[in-house]
Design a protein around this ligand. Structure first.
Ligand code: ZN
Ligand code: ZN
Length: 310
């Protein structure tokens, strides 16, 4: 009887085992799938995070470039030493961005190479070319792209200074103003240069809010506001920021110009446009007196009179 009982138990065990095999298989498959799902979820989460880190860092690149231009132009106007090589400008920005990249994220590696910085079709923006790569530490997931962005130089948080007045004439800086003393009058080589003795000007680059420049002549208030704020305007003959930084004598990019206010009133004197007065190619020329409410005045040639509707 015992043998039969044993045999029954044996058969049951075998049966249980046979039944268990598919269950085990199912279990293994389910676990693998679970694993796969977890991995996928982690990967999705990581690529989502990488996308966010990438986007955030692009903002950081633009901010760092603005901050660098603010610092560099300040350094140039106070030291009166120009940036002679474009590469020096690039490495300055590169170093600033490297520091930000090191501190940005513990979980991802961020690498940004500044490839170039150059003038753009809008003189109030400069073109920045870079390659940004954000990846997981094991480098399994990454986002890498070459980018071309335009950085505005008129952000109030990072004012950019005009390097030209101090570089060309050696005028001194006081507060936010450039004080020419007798420097500009001495720099000008044509008649009546003394009308620019002791001129004082703001030195931050701000874009004139008037889009149609002929509207300057619409009212005294409009024109006075432009003169007093020392606004800058698009100009074919004016130099771009990068050429100003390099203290060049010639620039074939889209540039800008601003008025320089004289201090003495006569009928005719050197035209009050910065690229005319600060020109070192003997291309200075005179203009006629234009007065605004008897308090402010400038000298302009016919070309500039027409451009500003005066
Ligand atoms: Zn203006
Ligand atoms: Zn230029």
């Amino acid at each position: 009887m015992k043998i039969i009982k044993d045999q029954k138990a044996y058969t049951t065990s075998i049966l249980v085992l046979i039944l268990l095999i598919p269950v085990l298989f199912l279990l293994i498959i389910t676990m693998e799938e679970y694993d796969q799902n977890v991995n996928n979820t982690i990967e999705n989460l990581e690529s989502e995070q990488i996308k966010n880190v990438y986007d955030d860092f692009e903002e950081e690149i633009l901010r760092s470039t603005k901050e660098s231009l603010h610092n560099i132009t300040y350094e140039v106007i106070t030291s009166k030493r120009s940036i002679t090589r474009r590469d020096d400008l690039i490495s300055y920005i590169q170093n600033k961005i490297n520091k930000k990249a090191d501190n940005q994220s513990k979980d991802f590696s961020i690498k940004c190479d500044i490839l170039d910085i150059k003038p753009s079709d809008n003189p109030f923006k400069i073109e920045l070319d870079y390659q940004l790569t954000v990846s997981t530490e094991d480098n399994k997931i990454k986002k890498s792209k070459n980018q071309q962005k335009y950085v505005e130089i008129t952000d109030k948080n990072y004012p950019v200074y005009d390097p030209l007045p101090t570089l060309k004439t050696g005028a001194i800086l006081d507060g936010g103003y450039v004080e020419y003393g007798d420097k500009l009058a001495e720099y000008i080589t044509i008649d009546n240069s003394e009308t620019y003795m002791n001129t004082i000007e703001k030195i931050t680059i701000k874009e004139c809010p008037l889009k149609d420049y002929t509207q300057h002549g619409n009212s005294n208030d409009t024109f006075l506001s432009c003169l007093n704020n020392h606004y800058y305007h698009n100009s074919h003959d004016g130099m771009c920021l990068l050429c100003r930084l390099e203290n060049k004598t010639y620039c074939n990019h889209y540039g800008f110009e601003t008025f320089i206010l004289p201090t003495e009133m006569i009928d005719e004197a050197p035209a009050s446009i910065d690229h005319v007065l600060l020109n070192d190619n003997q291309n200075q020329y005179p203009g006629n007196l234009i007065t605004v409410e008897n308090t402010s005045f400038i000298y302009l040639d016919n070309g500039h009179k027409a451009k500003y509707g005066l």
